[in-house]
Write a protein of this length. Sequence first.
Length: 132
Amino acid sequence: TLCGADMLIKYINIPQDLWDGIYQTGSSVICNPPVTDTDIDYVIYTNEEVKLDTFLKCEGFTKSCEDKEEYDLEKEGFTCYRRENINLIVLNDRKWYLKWVLATKVARKLNLKVKADRVMLFKSFLYDEDPF
């Protein structure tokens, strides 16, 4: 959505031909009041992985999924990038992107402040896991 790109532009202006969807996720946008001493996370859907990878590296991002160990992202074909407190979760599957966006919307509506609750909800949406 453009709204995600509009928020991300404060940190990096990714050319529009390199992405098909950008959405802010994570506790900085899910929790109300927002968590302010945390990373700022975005999920990005792209069909231009190689070009986006090159662009992000040139902008000072490094590949890193270490802060997202609750989700086995690299096994699922996701790639994570980090620069300072900005995390970008990049994926090339529209269905996964839409699942992530929906999980973010539900978590925000429920105002899930406890990280374990957010992880449980996301795992349920992303991996169709029964959390109980």
